[in-house]
Design a protein around this ligand. Structure first.
Ligand code: ATP
Ligand code: MG
Length: 427
C-alpha cells in the first residue's frame, strides 16, 4: 500500500491540497487521519483531514478565501471546518495533545508537535500523516504501526485508557470493523469489554451517543455493526431497555435491502438512510421503551419527534395491514400517506411477503404518484363552491383513480357531477 501522487487525485482534491499548502506556508501542513487511511486503501473519501503545527484557524481563513469555502472555526479545540463549494468537507486542526479532565469528558487541548497529535488519536490506522509538498505527498509518517495494521486489516487502539477517556471510540471501532471487514486486535477487544463492563458509556452525553449511532446507521454494513454493538453490551449500556431481540437483525438487513432498491422508491435525500436504519433498530421495541431510549440519546428535537412518530405510525400501519383483507390501493394510500419515507422503508422491511407487501410495494413504487386529472379550477367550473369540499372531492377522485375506477378526465367529471354536485347532500 502506498500513497498516490497528488497528480493522481481528482482535480478538486488536488486543488484543495495545493491551496492548503500555500495557505499554511511557511509552516508545513499534513494530510492525516481517515483521509490518509482511505488514500492508502484506495477508497473514495471526500472528507479531507489536515493538520498544521501552527494556528489552524488563521490558516483556515486564508484557505477558505482561496477556495471560496464557508469556514466554521472551533476556537476551543483549535480546529476549523470548511465546506467547499461542491459540498465536500475539509477539517483543519492545529496539531494538539489532549487531556481528559475526567472519563468521557470533552478533552482539554494544547498545541503540540505532530507526533503528539498522532498519539492522541483513536486507532493506529487513523494515526498516520503525510506532509503535503509541492506536487506530491512527503513520506508517510507512521510512528505507531498504522500501515502494518492497515495491511493486515486490524484495528488497534493506541493506549490502555483509550475507551475510558473517550467511549465514543467503542462505536468507532465497531464502525470501522464493519465498514472495512477488519479484525479488532485481541488486546483492543479486551479493553473495549472492560470499558463497557466498567460503565464507561454511562458517563457519555446522550447527544454524543446519538451522533455515533447516526454515523453507524449510515454505513452500508449498519446491520452487522449494530449487531456487534448489541453483542458487546454497548447498547444495553446506553440504556438497559435498549435490548434488541434476535429478530431485529433480520429486520435491519431487510431495511438495508429495501434502501438498496431505493432508486425506484420516493426517497427524498441521503440522510434518510440513517434515519430509516435507526427506525428499523427501534422498531421491535415497545413505544414506551422508544421514548425512554430517545430521552437518553437526546437527538436533535426534530429527529426525536420524527422517530417517535414514525415508530408509532409504522407499527400501526403494519398491524392494520397484517389483519387486513382489503388491499385496494386507495386503502394503502390512506395508511401510507401520513408516513415519512423512512417509515415506508421500514414498513416494507417488516412486511416480508404476501398480499399486504405486494400492495404496499406497488404503492410506494408507482401508485403514490397518481393524482386526479381534475384540478381545483375544474371543480369550480363544475359548480362547486370553494371550501373543504374541494379537498374531499379531490381525495375521492384520487381514491377512485388508485383503484382503477376512473381513467379519463370525462370519467372524473361525471364522477364529480354525480357525487358532489348533484348529489352533494349525500356526502
Ligand atoms: P470517517 O471515514 O467515518 O470520516 P474518520 O476516521 O475520517 O472516519 P473523522 O470523525 O472524520 O473519522 O475524524 C478524522 C480523524 O480524527 C480520525 O481518523 C482520527 O484520527 C481522529 N479522530 C476522530 N474521532 C476521534 C476520537 N473519538 N478519538 C480519537 N481520534 C479521533
Ligand atoms: Mg473523516
Amino acid at each position: 500500500m502506498r500513497l498516490p501522487q497528488l497528480g493522481d487525485l481528482d482535480p478538486l482534491s488536488r486543488t484543495a491540497l495545493e491551496a492548503a499548502r500555500r495557505a499554511a506556508a511557511p509552516a508545513p501542513i499534513y494530510a492525516v487521519g481517515g483521509y490518509v487511511r482511505d488514500l492508502l486503501l484506495g477508497r473514495r473519501n471526500v472528507d479531507i483531514d489536515l493538520v498544521v503545527e501552527d494556528d489552524a484557524i488563521a490558516v483556515a481563513g486564508r484557505l477558505a478565501h482561496a477556495l471560496k469555502a464557508v469556514v466554521t472555526p472551533h476556537p476551543r479545540f483549535g480546529t476549523a471546518h470548511l465546506r467547499l463549494p461542491d459540498g465536500r468537507r475539509l477539517d483543519l486542526a492545529t496539531a494538539r495533545s489532549e487531556r481528559y479532565p475526567h472519563a468521557a469528558a470533552l478533552p482539554e487541548v494544547q498545541p503540540a508537535p505532530l507526533l503528539a497529535d498522532l498519539l492522541r488519536r483513536d486507532f493506529s490506522i487513523n494515526a498516520m500523516a503525510a506532509r503535503i509538498d509541492r506536487h506530491r505527498f512527503g513520506p508517510l509518517i507512521d510512528s505507531l504501526g498504522g500501515l502494518q495494521d492497515l495491511e493486515r486489516g486490524r484495528i488497534r487502539a493506541l493506549h490502555e485508557q483509550s475507551f475510558i477517556d473517550d467511549p465514543t471510540r467503542l462505536f468507532r471501532t465497531a464502525r470501522f470493523e464493519g465498514r472495512y471487514r477488519f479484525i479488532i486486535a485481541r488486546s483492543t477487544l479486551r479493553l473495549m469489554k472492560a470499558a463497557v463492563k466498567g460503565g464507561a458509556i454511562g458517563h457519555l452525553a446522550g447527544s454524543r451517543i446519538f451522533r455515533e449511532l447516526h454515523l453507524v446507521a449510515q454505513e452500508l454494513s449498519a446491520p452487522r455493526i449494530i449487531w456487534r454493538l448489541r453483542n458487546l453490551g454497548v447498547l444495553t449500556a446506553v440504556h438497559p431497555t435498549l435490548t434488541l431481540p434476535a429478530a431485529a437483525f433480520g429486520l435491519l438487513e431487510r431495511v438495508r435491502q429495501v434502501l438498496s432498491q431505493a432508486p425506484s422508491l420516493p426517497l427524498p435525500e441521503n440522510a434518510a438512510e440513517g434515519e430509516a436504519l435507526l427506525l428499523g433498530m427501534l422498531y421491535l421495541l415497545h413505544p414506551k421503551t422508544v421514548i425512554t431510549v430517545l430521552k437518553r440519546l437526546t437527538p436533535p428535537h426534530r429527529i426525536a419527534e420524527r422517530l417517535a412518530a414514525d415508530h408509532k405510525a409504522c407499527r400501526n400501519a403494519a398491524q392494520k395491514l397484517t389483519r387486513a383483507v382489503d388491499f385496494r390501493q386507495s386503502r394503502i394510500a390512506r395508511l401510507l400517506d401520513p408516513l415519512s419515507p423512512e417509515a415506508r422503508v421500514v414498513l416494507l422491511a417488516v412486511l416480508t411477503k404476501g398480499s399486504a407487501r405486494d400492495a404496499v410495494s406497488r404503492y410506494v413504487t408507482t401508485s403514490w404518484r397518481i393524482v386526479p386529472l381534475l384540478k381545483g379550477e375544474d371543480l369550480h367550473r363544475l359548480g362547486l363552491k370553494p371550501g373543504p369540499i374541494y379537498r374531499r372531492t379531490l381525495a375521492a377522485l384520487r381514491a377512485a383513480r388508485l383503484d382503477g375506477r376512473l381513467h379519463t378526465k370525462e370519467e372524473e367529471t361525471s364522477f364529480v357531477l354525480q357525487r358532489f354536485v348533484r348529489g352533494r347532500l349525500r356526502h
